[in-house]
Design a protein around this ligand. Sequence first.
Ligand SMILES: NC(=O)c1ccc[n+]([C@@H]2O[C@H](COP(=O)([O-])OP(=O)(O)OC[C@H]3O[C@@H](n4cnc5c(N)ncnc54)[C@H](O)[C@@H]3O)[C@@H](O)[C@H]2O)c1
Length: 321
Amino acid sequence: MEKVLLPEKIIDEGLQLLKGKAEVVILNDITEQAIINEVHDAFAIILRSRAKITRKIIEAAPRLKVISRTGAGYDNIDVEAATQHGVMVCNLPGINSLPVAEHTIALMLALMKQLPKMDSYVRNKQWYKRNELIAEEVAGKTVGIVGFGKIGREVLVRCKALGMNILAYDPYIDKQQFNGDSIRFCDSLDEIFSKADVVTLHVPNIPETRGMVTKQLIYLMKPTAYIINTSRGEVIDQDALVEALKERRIAGAALDVFHKEPLESDDPLLELDNVILTPHVAALTKESGVKMAVEAVKQVIDCLEGRIPKYIVNRRELNLE
Ligand SMILES: NC(=O)c1ccc[n+]([C@@H]2O[C@H](COP(=O)([O-])OP(=O)(O)OC[C@H]3O[C@@H](n4cnc5c(N)ncnc54)[C@H](O)[C@@H]3O)[C@@H](O)[C@H]2O)c1
């Protein structure tokens, strides 16, 4: 039986599918050396998000045919090295779009309804603070969706259902297909940041988007506006955001992703009462956990049984079309 290597364990529903089909080796150790020690006779690697598959690992794996990610992103795989060694890199595009969009909406509602504060009022015997009238209505407010791909579009559907006005910014899509969808596409980031009541970021982490949300853009926002980031921490100038939140130049922020993860224990964000923080969990739900594991395993089983899997990042480079 071929060997399938897992640097981190996946959910049992996924492992069950490999029973009788492969020898499964689970490391629970994501260091490069631990993976190198076990990869020499591996046919496949199933990869979650923490371990990195480097060139050195790929070079130590002459029998490797496929690296299968349990999610959409593959920035933890040296794809160039994989391609050079004829190794397929498989991912699951769009598998997390719905949970990430739902998490974005949860963060938006938590910000506008001031849920963390309300919860603390009750716990701290400050019931009388209910008269502060600090919650806001979402209906009629304007959301600015930056990056109008798979997740951005799921966010759109949910914001529309909430009765929001929609602004979007994405220079790379064909806007014609959204004619009649009551979306206003902005021509610049300046426009969307200055007009929206809630800005939500859904762009990829690429050189062009790193640091895209500058201090200047944050300071263009209305003092009553919120910013939500469930994309990647690198997209925002985090120091400028902290400053703006401290000075109350904007009303608040909700962040699922950060420059450095996990956050350091002395990170200034932890001191602020106008930011909601979640530990990079937007994609992680009971349902998506099972789906991600099962689908990543199925792509490996395709390879084991001689079929070409559906989602191959380096399909063209490997001439698999
Ligand atoms: N928090 C999480 O757990 C989690 C989970 C999944 C994905 N994500 C992140 O969400 C982001 C979006 O994912 P997706 O699946 O919607 O990707 P996608 O590729 O479907 O969409 C991204 C969109 O961004 C647009 N874009 C690219 N550069 C841009 C720019 N400079 N300005 C504006 N728009 C630009 C693209 O044209 C595209 O339409 C990614 O950063 C991904 O890493 C986070």
